[in-house]
Design a protein around this ligand. Sequence first.
Ligand code: CUA
Length: 189
Amino acid sequence: MSLSPVPGHKDGADVAARVEWRWAMLVVSIIAVLVAMVIFIGLHWAMMPPSRVETVNPTTLHIAGEFIESNLGSAVEPDGSVTVRMIGQQYSFTPQCILVPAGTPITFRATSADDVHGLLITNTNVNSMLVPGYVSTFKTTFDKPGDHLMPCHEYCGVGHEGMWANVKVIDKASFFRMASNSRRLSCVK
Ligand code: CUA
């Protein structure tokens, strides 16, 4: 027995196919836009994808390597930018006072010696975690001189609420004058 054709049935199938095709193209273009954003950000802003990890042995930070105490603090790079190296540990940051110039690209490189700590600089976009075994890297530029607090914002034990440091932003000329006399700068008194 043959089914009698439903009026408009063929049109309905066509409409469904067209709508499906349109949604499929929409999904494909969203994915294409996201991939293009990742490529643009990676190449133009030199940002690493989240899969990038840089590891460090947390048990030997104080013995050798980039995070040895004499290498912590602010250092001027050949291109005129500044790199700040620091570590967090229960329950303080080293250096306890970070000195940086205003209007200069700053790269922070930091890690933890023991537990997960938080690194947040008030009134800036700097907000990261310090995870033992990994190096946290982020870049920022401070617009103007001023003082910022840098509290640990990741619960790291009984002394958590007492774990914080200061960030002192000074004018560029004074900073570079001081930097010409010293390999590593901080404002620890
Ligand atoms: Cu360190 Cu909370």
